[in-house]
Design a protein around this ligand. Sequence first.
Ligand SMILES: Cc1cc2nc3c(=O)[nH]c(=O)nc-3n(C[C@H](O)[C@H](O)[C@H](O)COP(=O)(O)O)c2cc1C
Length: 399
Amino acid sequence: MSIEFFTRLPLHGETQFLPGDPRNRGDWHAGGPSTGAVSGFAVGDHFTYIDYLGQIARAAEINGFGGALMVNAPTGEEPWTVCSLLARETRTLKFVTAFQPYHYTPWVAVQQAATYQRATGNRLVWNIINGGSDAIQRQVGDFEDHDQRYARATEFMDVVRGYWHNEQFHYEGTYYRAEGGGLRGPLKKAELPLICTAGSSVAAREFAAKHADFYLMRAEHPDEIAALIADIRARALKWGRTDIRFGLSIDVIARDSEAAALAEAKRFFDEGVAKGTVKARAAHAGLRTARKLSYEHGYSDQDEQQAFDDFFIHPNVWTGFGYIGVPPGCALVGSYANVVARIREYHSIGVDLFFLAGYPHLEEAYRIGEHILPHFRAQRAAIARPAGQPVQLHVSNGA
Ligand SMILES: Cc1cc2nc3c(=O)[nH]c(=O)nc-3n(C[C@H](O)[C@H](O)[C@H](O)COP(=O)(O)O)c2cc1C
């Protein structure tokens, strides 16, 4: 089984997650001391926050990452726009843009993606999301409930595939109708973006089973990940699919020695606790309300403060970031050798796409690129849709 590494672009800033860090990395910084370097990040300045994201994207591809995940939150920069802005500043990097079917009609998504794919050599990957929180959905105008959103997403992807692979696509569903549309002319040369999705609800798992090339997870104990993988594989099999693959998002605090890595994690932890940012709930509120990650149960109900060491749920797997509100919440902490070993462990249970990042993203893209990725050189393979997969997978006619 091959392995591939992507990183993440911080679309909702990063220095606000680093208590006491004076580095000026954009106007997401919530005030306080700042180096004042580079730009005031006012509209109209020569350098904007997108320039910083561009630096990270370039650093990522120079250091051998295959792509970058871009989270979509109503409070953050809009990812599809950002990847369009950065595509021409990069050469090989794939961009994983998250969006909700609610944000587009299937046709608009198809047309936008086809144009993007033609311009970039098929470097777009979709992460189909459906919103964790009803309250946040309503803020942006979506009043469907959780399971309806997944039903809509399933139809959305059916229609997307229909438009993509037909010139005269007809569809009559609950959420969408089409009478004869489809990609034509040069746009037909584009490849349908690879499809990622996440979510641990039954509805999310069923959606993934039918439509995802990659099912994405936030890091947990390897046993939890293995169980999740087995469940999704069984669900995919009901659609005759054996080709679904798995991605894991986990941060990295790796240093020459175990002690140096622990000291860095402890520094984050102590600063977070001192600043009172404890409790993961705030970190990604709204992105994962349906289910707490297993380790979050351990501390979310307890009021007393917990110690740094309590957050190791497995050797080198540290959930203290979640506790102090730094997303995505879980990190590999250890020497370079031990972090490599832990990645191999997750790989051995079925994860073959890793989203690795650290704070600050720019510097850590270099560190991970120089000290972690080279160990996997022989096993690396760019992600691609498996050859032979039927192009018109599971398109329904709304029957
Ligand atoms: C790697 C990864 C990336 C995610 N990216 C986003 C995102 O960009 N925007 C978002 O709203 N949710 C994101 N999520 C959250 C999921 O899409 C999903 O909404 C959440 O897990 C709750 O799903 P559920 O209620 O169906 O279990 C991400 C999850 C994972 C594991």
